[in-house]
Each structure stands twice: as C-alpha cells, then as structure tokens.
Design a protein around this ligand. Structure first.
Ligand code: NDP
Ligand code: KPL
Length: 450
C-alpha cells in the first residue's frame, strides 16, 4: 500500500493523517477549498499535550490531481459520505482499499452498496480532538484505532494498514469482529453525544445524577435489542460497560457537542436516528432514542430561512418563521380561499396579515410593519393598523406554492387600501417596527403605474 489518500483534515483525518504524513511522503490529502487554502499556506498542524508539529503534505480538492491511492482513509462526517464517494470513485482502482473511521455503523454498508466491491476495511477511532481553525487540529485525548475485515479474517491488507499506523506511532488494534466493535462504540456515542448537547456540559455532568443511569440503561438496551436482531450480539452488561468506558474521558465534550457549538450539522441521523429507523424496520420499539433524536434536531438545527419561509421579527418578543405548511395550520378565519373575491383579476389562497401578526407577541409600542422581499430589493411599510386591516399574503395557487412568476412563494397584496403599489413580491421578512421603515414604493410624483 504505497499511496495513501486521507479525505478530510478535520479532528480525526487531520490528526491521524498528519501523524502518517510525518514520516511518509506518500500520504496526500483530499480537502475542501477552505481547508486546502489553509494547509497550502500554513501546513497541517497538530497541537497536543505531547507536542506540536506541522506537516506539508500534497493536497488538492480534486483527487485526480493527487497520486492514485492504494488506501483511502475517510476522515469525514457520515453525512458527507455521498459527496466523497462521488469524488473518490473517479480515482479508485480495482485494488484500492477504503478504511472507515466514522462513528455510527452504516458507513461500510453505504460504501459497499455504492461501489459494489470488496474494498472496505472497517475502523473505529479512539480519539478526542477538535478543529481549532482550518488546518490546525487540537488533540486532547487518546489517539488510537481498531481496524478489521468485515468478515473478521486477518487479511494481508489489514496487516498492511496496521503496519502503516504502528510505524507512524499510532496504536492500532486488529479487531476480529469490527462490526461489533463499531456497535459497542455506537452505544457510547448514542448516550453521550446527545446528552452532552442536552445538558450543555461535559460528559461528567451526565454521570452526576443517579436518575441518569436508568436513562443510559434504556438507551443502550434499545440499541442492544436492535443489534441482536441484526445478529450482532452485544454483552448483557453493555450499559455498565458504557459507563465504565466513560470514566477516563469524563472531562470531555463530544464531537456532537462541538458540532453544535460551532454551528455544524450533527451526526444524530447516523447515531440515535439510525437506531430508530432500523428499529422501525425490525419492529423493535426505540422510544428513548427517538426522543433524543427529536430533541437534538430541535436544539441544533437552525431556524428555517430562505425561500419558502417568512420570518416575522423586529418589535416582537420572539421572532418566528412560518412556511406554507405552518400557514395552512392557522385558524380558518384568517384564510381567504379565493383572493379573486376581494381583488378581481388575482387568483389564489391567502392568509390575512392580521392572522400572521397574531402569531408572535408584539411589543406594546409596535406601530408599523415593513414587508421585505427576500432579495432585499423591495420593501413597503404600512401602519400596523393598515397591515392588519388590508394586508393579505398570497401563498397558494391551485393547491401548490405560489410560483415565483406570480410573485411567490409569498406575495403581499392590500385590497381596499387604495394603493396598488403596496404589493411586495417574494416576501421573505415581515419586520414589525416602532416608527416607519424602509419603503421602495414610488413617490406620488414618480408613479406611472404599479
Ligand atoms: N472528533 C472526534 O473526536 C471524533 C470523531 N469521530 C468520528 O470521525 C468522523 C469524522 O469526524 P471529525 O473528524 O470529528 O469531523 P470534522 O468535522 O472535525 O472534520 C471533517 C472534515 O471533513 C472535511 N470534508 C467533508 N467533506 C469533504 C470532502 N468532500 N472533501 C474533503 N474534505 C471533506 C471537512 O472539511 P471542511 O472543514 O473544509 O468543510 C472537515 O474538515 C465522524 O464520523 C465522527 O463521528 C470519531 C471519534 C472521535
Ligand atoms: C468518544 C468520543 C468522544 C471520542 O472518541 C467520540 O467518539 C465523539 O466525540 O464522537
């Protein structure tokens, strides 16, 4: 295995890749443009209690610019796998081997399903590190891997990978049952990754309260039931093993916590969410994992924004965002089923602005409302009274979202106001204001038509 391609120089890929690259000139990196620019300029640095070092490996964002790999080490998040597979497919040969280091248990199956060949060696990363900035990895704990053939045999290729790691000073254990090793780590990640987010604290916090032990048991028991159904028997004392394995890393956060705090997407769909989906297919209830999945998504996923969503903010106690589905759920009295009845020549279903403004609590001094187009080019400001009395937001035509060509997905119309210019296409924001606001409507002198 001469040429090694590490995909991603993040917490895991950056740490292990840099160690491999330190003494091996045949280690190159596939990086996204931002990280690539940083590594080309400053090298790839690992900062660790054991010492800091920088390597300057060959790197590119297109794998065809790098030597054809014999071994590919995947250091990306599970949700980036599809993108990566499309890239590496172009440079793989019949003998290229892929080593997975992802948390979760379906990376290997996803690779095999797409690449349709026996090219995958499974791996587990035992490490805790973080991206400090692109191209700089802060390493806190451990730094070892376990690897193994999915069928459990000791092949030449696993031995070769082990030698690569050990000669780079990275402890590498051969696992005779790597799938089971991954399920065991999955149990830990499904407990502590979401809990560190929920308690907004380190792992140790979850161990402080005896009540938490029952929760940990329930999470792990659901996972072991699902694992048993797919013929991966985990030991009956798995919950105790999970807690025991935690003692030496009780002072850390987790990768999910770090993802949340740095605004990155979490891997919840590949951890607890995966258990829920598999449990459903197998008829095994997983209510605690389901609750964790839902709570993590609620906490970590950003508020919807962009096309298809209207945000009401400004002089409100708490901003809200509504999409078409949310508008449909508002009380029937706020809907105008056919705007043609109030504005001849127009068609479609609308929601009264009054109904929308009833959703957030407005501050007591609010007296104006500005309707902004999503592209920021158009705005009309009405008094709060006018907005309530005349404003309609057109949002549906023939049961479909209002098309862009008709001013959709949300268009302000104001039948009865006596100003045809009070009409904003592509509304993205409704700003409640104290005092007047932005208005791009033509002045009386400028008006020819609206
Ligand atoms: N962090 C940890 O301590 C541990 C993590 N793990 C697991 O390891 C896996 C990797 O996680 P982790 O290292 O933390 O993730 P990070 O987010 O720290 O790093 C992932 C890196 O992958 C890069 N990347 C994504 N897509 C591509 C692509 N198409 N081409 C090139 N680079 C790409 C990202 O680049 P960019 O930043 O430029 O977008 C990012 O730097 C996860 O499954 C995680 O659960 C396992 C054990 C411990
Ligand atoms: C167990 C730990 C913390 C490091 O190996 C991890 O896997 C994660 O943070 O996702």
């Amino acid at each position: 295995m001469k040429q090694i391609l590490v995909v991603g120089a993040g917490s895991v890929g950056g740490f292990f890749g840099a160690h491999l690259a330190k003494s091996n000139p045949n280690v190159s990196f596939l990086l996204r443009p931002r990280t690539l620019a940083a590594v080309r300029q400053n090298g790839l640095t690992v900062r660790s209690a054991g010492g800091t070092f920088t390597v300057w490996p060959p790197a590119a964002s297109d794998p065809r610019e790098l030597p054809q790999p014999d071994l590919i080490i995947l250091g990306v998040k599970a949700y980036d796998l599809d993108e990566v597979m499309a890239q590496i497919e172009r440079v793989m040969t019949a003998r290229t081997v892929i080593l997975t280091l992802q948390n979760g248990i379906d990376t290997e199956d996803r690779l095999i399903a797409r690449l349709k060949r026996d090219c995958v060696v499974g791996g587990v990363a035992f490490i805790y590190s973080k991206i400090a900035e692109p191209g700089v990895i802060d390493h806190y704990k451990k730094g070892a891997v376990a690897i193994g053939e999915l069928m459990g045999h000791e092949s030449e290729r696993v031995l070769a990978i082990r030698d690569l790691f050990t000669s780079a000073g990275i402890p590498c254990q051969l696992s005779k049952d790597i799938r089971r090793s991954k399920w065991e780590k999955m149990c830990w990640n499904c407990v502590f990754n979401p809990i560190t987010v929920l308690v907004d604290d380190r792992v140790a916090k979850a161990l402080e309260h005896p009540e938490m032990m029952r929760v940990i048991h329930q999470i792990v028991d659901e996972i072991t039931a699902v694992a048993a159904a797919v013929k991966v028997p985990l030991p009956p004392n798995m919950p105790e093993r999970v807690v025991k394995a935690t003692q030496e890393i009780r002072d850390i956060h987790t990768s999910m916590y770090d993802d949340w705090k740095t605004g990155r997407r979490t891997e919840i769909d590949y951890l607890n969410g995966y258990i829920v989906r598999l449990g459903r297919e197998l008829g095994i209830p997983t209510p605690v994992n389901e609750a964790l999945t839902a709570m993590i998504k609620t906490i970590t996923e950003k508020e919807q924004s962009g096309p298809g969503v209207v945000r009401i903010d400004g002089a409100v106690v708490q901003p809200v965002s509504l999409d078409r589905a949310a508008m449909q759920q508002l009380p029937a009295e706020h809907h105008v089923e056919d705007v043609g009845t109030v504005m001849p020549g127009m068609a479609g279903r609308a929601i009264k602005v009054k109904g929308l403004l009833d959703v957030p609590a407005l501050t007591l001094d609010a007296d104006h409302v500005t309707f902004h187009s999503l592209d920021g080019n158009y705005a009309a400001t009405l008094t709060l009274q006018q907005a309530r009395d005349f404003g309609l937001l057109l949002y549906e035509l023939n049961g479909e979202p209002l098309p862009d060509g008709k001013g959709g997905p949300f268009r302000l119309i104001t039948p009865g106001l006596g100003d045809l210019c009070a009409n904003v296409k592509g509304v993205g924001r409704i700003e409640v204001r104290v005092g007047s606001g932005k208005d791009t409507r033509p002045t009386a002198e400028e008006r020819t038509h609206c």
